[in-house]
Structure formats: structure tokens, C-alpha cells
Design a protein around this ligand. Structure first.
Ligand SMILES: NC(=O)c1ccc[n+]([C@@H]2O[C@H](COP(=O)([O-])OP(=O)(O)OC[C@H]3O[C@@H](n4cnc5c(N)ncnc54)[C@H](O)[C@@H]3O)[C@@H](O)[C@H]2O)c1
Ligand SMILES: [Zn+2]
Ligand SMILES: [Zn+2]
Length: 363
């Protein structure tokens, strides 16, 4: 019996400066340990823009997008969890569970993620251009800018089915990155002061995470007045425009959520003596930042990088979804606009201008 071919409309990245066209692609059925996802929603993250603008070197011929959620449409052999019909949030690292990093429970550092890289190795390819059959990859193993995708079952994390799909999508990157940086990387405690620089999807999530931890005061900094208003709705106690930072007081924790060397250097200055600086924002590849070493050492400061909020998606995704449903995290304010796949270019253009928090593609 021949099966209906599985197809998807998806945005394929063909290299920086090339138009991001929507294409009709063919999908192979899920193999052992994989699931077929019908995407519900996908968020547009600045990390996608770094790739599209050529600031990070990534292979071309891949479906872009690494923040998304959907429903399991079909399961491959050997998959019990998730099951058909489950609402799942996709993780951009699907830890192997066996390498040194996984054994240390640092899945974000996994050296051999399942369906590894961008699914371009011949054995990992599941997508093909409809006409030519040319293999197409999936960004970070999940390529969320398409209607359907085949992913490793370990990358599809089940969450409470009452979670609105657009919110679930954002949990896949911005929300877990921002909240995780506060909780898991910086380990912020109640009563400590926190300053967040940069209030996009990631920074606003960090503000919410800090408020939920009972941090005080939480100070939010951005160059856009509209972002400061969102930060207040997220619970920030103080807000400052970027050119008002001279008024900032030294904080126990400073989180940089932009990825500019200037604001990274500012973050180091804004931590109190003995304070910690958590770097979440990512610069174009190869950039270096500097600091006053004498002061840094005398002040005993600490700088840490935070990858994927130092989170374990299998645990953190469902926890964050439940906290949202309990009314503890006002994640709705992150969604600036719901768009169609056709409006992706416009979403990137708005992000370059710093306009809005998250734009979410709804399928
Ligand atoms: N570490 C990780 O695992 C991880 C995960 C996701 C995203 N990121 C990175 O985090 C960064 C933020 O992502 P995002 O999607 O929230 O981006 P975004 O573009 O939505 O937000 C950036 C914010 O910074 C503000 N800004 C820009 N220049 C500024 C300046 N000079 N001073 C003050 N504010 C300024 C903008 O107004 C905007 O509000 C990106 O570099 C992204 O690649 C890292
Ligand atoms: Zn992201
Ligand atoms: Zn591993």
C-alpha cells in the first residue's frame, strides 16, 4: 500500500542576502525515535536574524526557525513519549543522554545531539525540494518555519495541552533562555537586585523570571521607550533608557540580553563589587569585548555565559508552561503580533529596528 506523500510549506535559507522564499517540500515519514510534527506556531528570534544577516556562519539549504510548538501527528518506531495528538514544545538541542555533558546534566552542551546539527548528514535528512528531491536541512534539528517537521522524539517535549500554542512556541527559546538565565545560570535569589539590559523576547523573559524569583529591585534597560513600558508590565521596578544608565546602581546580578560588545562592557560595569554578570545576548561570531581588569579583579566580579538558560528542556518546558497557566508569568505580553509565514521578512525588518517583542507565526 503506497502512502500519501507528506508535504510542507516552509521557509528555506539559501545563504545571507538571498530572499527567504516559501517552498513546497516533501518530508520522509518519521523513522525510529522520531516524530512528525504539525506545527502550530513559531516565534522569530534574534538568533535567526544573526544567521539571515550572515553574522553567524551556518549551512544554507535549511528550513530556518528554532522556536516553535505543534502537535504530534505521527510517531516512528520505538516512540512512546510523546504520543500522537500531544502538544509539544520543540527544543533546539535534543540531548543524546550519554555524552559527558549529558551525564553532568548539562544538556545544552551535549556534544552529539540527536538528529544532530542541522540534519544535513545523509542519514539525518528528512526534507527534500519537491521537484528536484535535493536534500534540505532543519535548523538546529527542528527548523520551525514550516507547516510540518520531523524531529527527534527527545526534542519534542510534552506540555500541558491547555497551553496556548503561541505561548508554547516562545517557551522553546526566548522564555526558557531568559528565565533559565536568571534561575539556573545566575541562580538569583529573593531579595537580590537584578539589572536586565535589552528587552526583546529574551530580556523581557529574564525580567519576568527575576520578578518571579522575588528579586528586588529589578531594573530594566533598553534604548526603546516602548520596551520600557513592556518591562513595567512584566513587573520591573525601575526602567532606564540606554542613555540614562549613569543613574543605575550596582546590582547583585546583571544580565546582558542584546549581544553588543558595548552593552556587554556596560553590564560588567553595572554589577556591584562581588556581583555576577550573565551574558545571554550573542554577538556576531568572532567579536571580543574588554574590561578594566584591575577593577574587575579588585571588585571580585564573576562573568558567566548562559546557553539556552542552562536549562533541561524536558524539565523546564513543562514547568514554565504550568507556571504560565497558574498566572505566575505574564508571557502574553511578549507577543507583539501574530503573522503568517509570508510576513517573515517584515518580522526580521522590525527586529532590526528594535520594534516589538516577539512576532509569532501562526500556522
Ligand atoms: N544564549 C542563548 O542561548 C540565546 C538564546 C536566544 C537568543 N540569544 C541571543 O539573545 C539576544 C537577544 O535576542 P532577542 O530575540 O530578545 O532579540 P531582540 O532583537 O528581540 O531584542 C534586543 C533588544 O535590545 C534592544 N537594544 C538594541 N540595541 C540596544 C542598545 N544599544 N542599548 C539598549 N538596548 C538596545 C532592542 O531595542 C531590543 O529590545 C540575541 O543576541 C540572540 O541571539 C541567546
Ligand atoms: Zn532563539
Ligand atoms: Zn549528550
Amino acid at each position: 500500500m503506497s502512502e500519501e506523500p507528506i508535504t510542507t510549506r516552509a521557509v528555506v535559507f539559501d545563504g545571507p542576502g538571498r530572499p527567504l522564499g516559501i517552498e513546497e517540500l516533501r518530508l520522509d515519514p518519521p523513522q525510529r525515535g522520531e516524530v512528525l510534527i504539525r506545527m502550530a506556531a513559531a516565534g522569530v528570534c534574534h538568533s535567526d536574524l544573526h544567521v539571515v544577516d550572515g553574522e553567524w556562519e551556518r549551512p544554507s539549504g535549511v528550513v530556518m526557525g528554532h522556536e516553535g510548538a505543534g502537535w504530534v501527528e505521527r510517531t516512528g518506531d520505538g516512540v512512546d513519549v510523546p504520543a500522537r495528538g500531544d502538544l509539544v514544545v520543540l527544543a533546539w538541542t535534543a540531548p543524546c543522554g550519554a555524552c559527558d555533558a549529558c551525564r553532568r546534566t548539562e544538556p545544552w552542551l551535549c556534544s552529539q545531539p540527536e538528529g544532530s546539527g542541522h540534519r544535513l548528514k545523509p542519514e539525518d535528512v528528512r526534507l527534500h525540494r519537491a521537484g528536484s528531491g535535493e536534500p534540505i536541512g532543519a535548523y538546529s534539528g527542528i527548523g520551525t518555519f514550516g507547516e510540518r517537521q520531523v524531529v527527534a522524539a527527545s526534542a519534542a517535549i510534552r506540555v500541558d495541552p491547555r497551553t496556548p500554542p503561541e505561548i508554547a512556541a516562545l517557551i522553546g527559546c526566548a522564555v526558557t533562555t531568559g528565565i533559565g538565565a536568571v534561575r539556573n545560570t545566575a541562580k538569583v535569589e529573593a531579595g537580590e537586585s537584578v539589572t536586565v539590559i535589552g528587552l526583546g523576547g529574551v530580556g523581557l523573559s529574564a525580567v519576568m523570571g527575576a520578578v518571579a524569583q522575588g528579586a528586588r529591585p529589578v531594573t530594566a534597560i533598553d534604548s526603546s521607550p516602548a520596551k520600557l513600558e513592556l518591562a513595567v508590565r512584566a513587573g520591573a521596578h525601575r526602567t532606564l533608557l540606554a542613555d540614562e544608565v549613569a543613574q543605575a546602581q550596582g546590582a547583585d546580578h546583571v544580565l546582558e540580553c542584546i549581544g553588543l560588545t558595548t552593552t556587554i562592557e556596560l553590564a560588567i560595569d553595572l554589577a556591584r563589587p562581588g556581583g555576577t554578570i550573565t551574558l545571554v545576548g550573542m554577538t556576531p561570531q568572532g567579536q571580543r569585548a574588554s574590561f578594566d581588569v584591575y577593577r574587575f579583579v579588585e571588585d571580585g566580579k564573576v562573568i558567566r555565559g548562559s546557553n539556552y538558560g542552562s536549562a533541561n528542556p524536558a524539565v523546564d518546558f513543562p514547568t514554565i508552561a504550568s507556571e504560565y497557566l497558574e498566572g505566575k508569568l505574564p508571557l502574553d505580553l511578549l507577543i507583539t503580533e501574530r503573522i503568517g509565514l509570508e510576513q517573515l521578512d517584515g518580522a526580521f525588518e522590525a527586529m532590526r529596528r528594535g520594534d516589538g517583542a516577539r512576532r509569532v507565526i501562526v500556522y
